[in-house]
Design a protein around this ligand. Sequence first.
Ligand SMILES: Nc1ncnc2c1ncn2[C@@H]1O[C@H](COP(=O)(O)OP(=O)(O)OP(=O)(O)O)[C@@H](O)[C@H]1O
Length: 634
Amino acid sequence: MTTATHEETLGFQTEVKQLLNLMIHSLYSNREIFLRELISNGADACDKLRYAALDNDALYENDSKLRIEIEHDRDANTVTVRDNGIGMNRDDVISNLGTIARSGTAEFLQQLSGEQQKDANLIGQFGVGFYSSFIVADEVTVRTRKAGSDHAEGIEWRSKGEGEFTVAQIEREAHGTEIILHLKEDAREFADDYRLQGLVRKYSDHIEVPVRMPKLETAKDDEGNPIEGSEVVTWETVNEATALWVRPKSDISDDEYKAFYKHVAHDFTDPLTWSHNKVEGKLEYTSLLYVPSRAPFDLYERDGARGVKLYVQRVFIMDDAEQFLPLYLRFIKGVLDTRDLSLNVSRELLQQDPKVDKIKGALTKRGLDMLKKLAKDKEQYQTFWNTFGSVLKEGPGEDAANREKIAELLRFATTHTDTAIQNQSLADYVERMKEGQQKIYYIVADSFNAAKSSPHLEIFRKKGIEVLLLSDRVDEWLMNHLTDFDGKSFADVAKGELDLGDVEDEEEKKAQEETAKSKEELVKQVKEALGASVQEVKVTNRLTDSPACVVLPEHEMGFQMRRIMEAAGQTLPEVKPILELNPSHPLVARLESTEGERFTELAHILLDQAIIAEGGHLDDPATYVKRLNSLLTA
Ligand SMILES: Nc1ncnc2c1ncn2[C@@H]1O[C@H](COP(=O)(O)OP(=O)(O)OP(=O)(O)O)[C@@H](O)[C@H]1O
């Protein structure tokens, strides 16, 4: 019997309350996952104790056979999950089971809508953990004691999941944690041996820690009849209890790989693919890497969880070891088990160890190979690309050595399909290049529609030359680092001189030169009229339908990048655009036949329109409107 002292009632952090509410409703149809979450936490707690005991054997308190036990009591309507892992002290309990200290939680919760299906998906991204107990329980009791602490420092935490919990100090002999779920009436089905065993096998077979359940054994007399009063309870291990990654690949079924993923990644959807490798030789490691099928809520958070679970010779060392994968592969989840690091390695030591870089190089290659294989299945790859494509696009900037490999994995929207779906590879583009075309053309804009309708594309459309349509925030940065693909360089159609290579013949070039010559006077006048608003005025052959467009010098930062940086509060030196005029457009012809004040007005209108068409903001929109109105009413 435990006597509780110092009982205190505390309130859940607001975020916990919100999450509990939503979780209970939206995960109802998936509620059996509570057991997986609790076993997962128990296994993590055992891993942590094994690690801490490397330095201090006494922490085992003479009980070094780490295990998880599951029992139920049909009369009391309870299920208990118990581990002899690291346990928690009072502070741990309050912060772990009363708050959610993950960054971005508040923003995450704001996205929840109250719609069951939608929220179940979002909550899955967040990871439900311990709180999933409340999907099946109307009261949860946690009894725990941190390994190595005094027996009097046990803690009992209790809650009905309705805004409050109590914490009290208790006497507790065993270290580790025991979680008692008092089942809701409609969750009685879980107080059943077969049901529980089935769930353990389904979700936790691959966990290295044995999961045991009690079995009642009765001695039999000579005639085979049970002897009354001879019942003894023996504990039977229900799961396979070997670390999955240690087993030979050929012995592991897809379902086992998938179940293990859910444990490692705290996800409850299947992964898209995985890659399991054992490496011997100079480096010795086993890696099991997964590509999830959906993004975690903190994919773009600076300090979001990333990296692999690190083991050294099967001993768990740390979660989220981010040193083994580059940032642009941060969506990859999995396990790395190596002999090349020492057991007392810490995050700081990892940063200095040259072997870490070698393993990182090898895992990066594995990750990229895994994606290359995935790309063979167009549908699956599209799911991957829609979810993580913009993260992979950070790759060429971060990892010059693998630039070519990453480039092969990129997918784009292009004028070939003219839809916003990014599903065309650079190899597809190159295959379709026109005779005489030397460059891969692209345009970057703030949105797909702005890119697709940009006046800069007019000549390309006319000549049937394909252009990549880029509109993700990361795109301009990507293109700054992608210099060539398959021997072809990239060209931004909104920058520098238009060069269509040999797609244009000599006659066309000559005709253009002649037109330019004949418009020299007009160009001069427009430049005078616009003054410092532009750096140059030219006649162009880029346009077929629009009267004018703005262009930037070749090596200037693009308009999109500028706007992103300015929105982030950076001040950038001003760049004046180059205004290019379409000599065969009626508005330009009209300009040519206008004089004086009207000429200046019309020139300004053409410039402002070109800026708007490119997606830019006018410095002085009111004056533009006034000029336009006066023109319309003239
Ligand atoms: N059986 C246990 N033994 C020791 N500590 C535990 C146990 N269960 C939970 N904890 C502590 O409580 C914390 C919160 O657990 P919870 O399951 O909510 O989240 P998590 O496992 O960290 O991540 P996720 O939300 O992705 O599942 C854990 O990180 C751990 O520190």
